[in-house]
Design a protein around this ligand. Sequence first.
Ligand code: ATP
Length: 326
Amino acid sequence: MKAEILSILRETEGYISGQQLCKQFQVSRTAVWKVIEQLKEEGYQIEAVRNRGYRLESAPDVMWRAEIESLLTTKWAGCDVLYFPETDSTNTRAKHFGDEGASHGTLVVAEKQTGGKGRRGRRWESPAGSSVYMSILLRPEIQPNQAPMLTLVMAQSVAEAVCTVTGQRAWIKWPNDIVVNGKKVCGILTEMSTEIQWINHVVIGVGINVNTESFPEELAKTATSLYLENGKRWRRAPLIAEVMKQFERYYDLFIQTGDLSGILNEYNALLVNQGREVRVLEPGHEYNGHAVGINETGELLIHTADGRIRKVYAGEVSVRGIYGYV
Ligand code: ATP
């Protein structure tokens, strides 16, 4: 009921009467009053005026279940929100829930990660209070070799959500990073649990630096936050809700086509590497070329000096700008 009351308070211009809320939820006035008092204690500013009712003045920057659920407009993405003030890694948690039978679309969110993960065993810096750490659990009926494309589906969703919520242009650094002004604001990590032929579940983890004010020295050159780039602080729950909205749309398109053909043009339009000279770092082999764009299966096409077009498969590869990160 808490999430629903919050939704109604948000949608109502002006005041909603206590009586209307009682009627809607078939509960007593005291029950409604208790929820309102609880919300106030949690940091929501709610004005209560005799004979008029309640009005939401402001909401705190929290990522609790009720707050996120009250903002979601999706059918299945984020259908169940599990919030943790602190966890090792939201991906690890989501995988655990996946093994226990949690449903497609379950979203795990944490305020802080003590063991945030990047690709290939790298670390994701995850302090409390300023960022989004979330993982969505999926049960797609696709072949295991199609699953890496989901990273690109999420990258597209995050880039668009950032732009919609903050007005800030965000770009995709193939395959799994989102960059603003040439620095990384978001990383994406896809992990899956498979049998030989089929997928048990896929988990896509997303870390977004939202209001981060500074980074450890070793990251400061390549990492940034939305706050550092545009000087404004953003509430994180609306950003999460927008990512879920975009992801649901693009994911459904991906499942329909079985590849990225439905989002190819949009993805390439946001690809920061496109048309630039890049350095491809494959294990034991490095080369330069011009990034052309991705194909339907999410490989990056590189035009090399010998006139060939090489396809780069995301797995073990890193792509860098020739003068730095982008
Ligand atoms: P590559 O460019 O080699 O493909 P990557 O960008 O894909 O690497 P990830 O595995 O996605 O790397 O993310 C881990 C890396 O991101 C870390 O090694 C570190 O350099 C950087 N990093 C860690 N925490 C943060 C953060 N909060 N914000 C931005 N960058 C971070």
